[in-house]
Design a binder for this molecule. Structure first.
Ligand SMILES: [Zn+2]
Length: 310
């Protein structure tokens, strides 16, 4: 059975009406997965918030302090995309702690999923695009510092390039970054990941899965990570409000399954985060994000029963 990480604070952030960030999707997804018995209460874990000291190991200490105190200048605050509030600070630190917890669970159980995470536009000295602190780099960094792992691959399949992740990991050979993204989308100025796969607008299931299934064996064999942090953003979906790709729900399932299977086949644990996904009606995002959990759960079941391929 799948281990997963969730905290009610993920959807408890007060935002102005009509704000474009889909704050309710976390709670809706959680309730749906429990209702469908994809998640079981005894396999659900509540994370602790990261401390400011932990965050300052990756981000600029002045940025961390100013965000925590609510003293960022208005331009920096606007760039985040969120109005500042004490719950924003608590939510941010808890979501980052959630990705760390998910990675720890993946190391113990092979696969684990986080019902948040994927804040890949957070840079060392500033945040942008709804990303305050980079949970992926923080989790990788903290586990490397504890010597629980020696090389981490951050595989980013969100439709937007993981520019913050790429810049934070430049010059760190023990964190490998790979981003598959829509070339003509935010951020306008791309960073350089170790491996970038820019995709044209309109790429569909078949084209996407062909690219991914060629990439995965090469990537995992070349870098041989001992942990994969997987950003399973669903803004690659054809109905997403901010993406320009054309994947279906089934395409998302196959994508997520391919990532889990390729890693598990090589004995590499995967910690997945849900990443981006945008729709006016937040409930529309639930069937898209649920594919990740169903794919993980199916693979675990098949392995336990010895019925399927890894
Ligand atoms: Zn995105």
């Amino acid at each position: 059975m799948l281990h997963a990480v969730y905290h009610p604070i993920y959807s408890a952030l007060p935002l102005p009406e009509h704000h474009r960030f889909p704050i309710h999707k976390y709670r809706l997804l959680y309730e749906h997965l429990l209702h469908q018995a994809v998640l079981k209460p005894d396999r659900l874990h509540q994370p602790r918030p990261l401390t400011l000291e932990e965050v300052a190991q990756v981000h600029c200490p002045d940025y961390v302090r100013q965000f925590a105190e609510g003293t960022l200048d208005p331009k920096a605050q606007r760039r985040l995309g969120f109005p500042w509030s004490p719950p924003l600070v608590e939510r941010t630190l808890t979501a980052c702690g959630g990705t760390l917890r998910t990675a720890e669970l993946a190391l113990d159980h092979g696969i684990a999923c986080h019902l948040s995470g994927g804040y890949h536009h957070a840079h060392r000295e500033f945040g942008s695009g709804f990303c305050v602190f980079n949970d992926l780099v923080l989790a990788a960094h903290l586990l490397l510092a504890q010597e629980r792992v020696h090389r981490v691959l951050i595989l980013d399949c969100d439709v937007h390039q993981g520019d913050g992740t790429a810049r934070l990991c430049q010059g760190h050979p023990d964190i490998i970054t790979c981003s598959l993204h829509c070339e003509r989308n935010f951020p306008a100025r791309k960073a350089q990941s170790h491996v970038d796969i820019p995709l044209d607008n309109g790429v569909d299931d078949q084209a996407y899965l062909t690219t991914l299934t060629e990439l995965l064996p090469w990537l995992l064999n070349l870098y041989q990570p001992d942990l994969v942090l997987y950003d399973a953003g669903v803004d690659v979906h054809r109905d997403d409000a901010l993406g320009y790709l054309c994947l279906s729900d089934q395409g998302l399932y196959q994508r997520d399954r391919a990532v889990f299977a390729a890693a598990l086949e090589r004995g590499i644990p995967v910690a997945a985060v849900i990443g981006g996904g945008y729709a006016k009606n937040h409930a529309d995002l639930v069937p898209r994000h649920q594919q990740l959990f169903v794919a993980a759960s199916d693979l675990l079941k098949e392995r336990r029963h010895g019925t399927g391929h890894p």
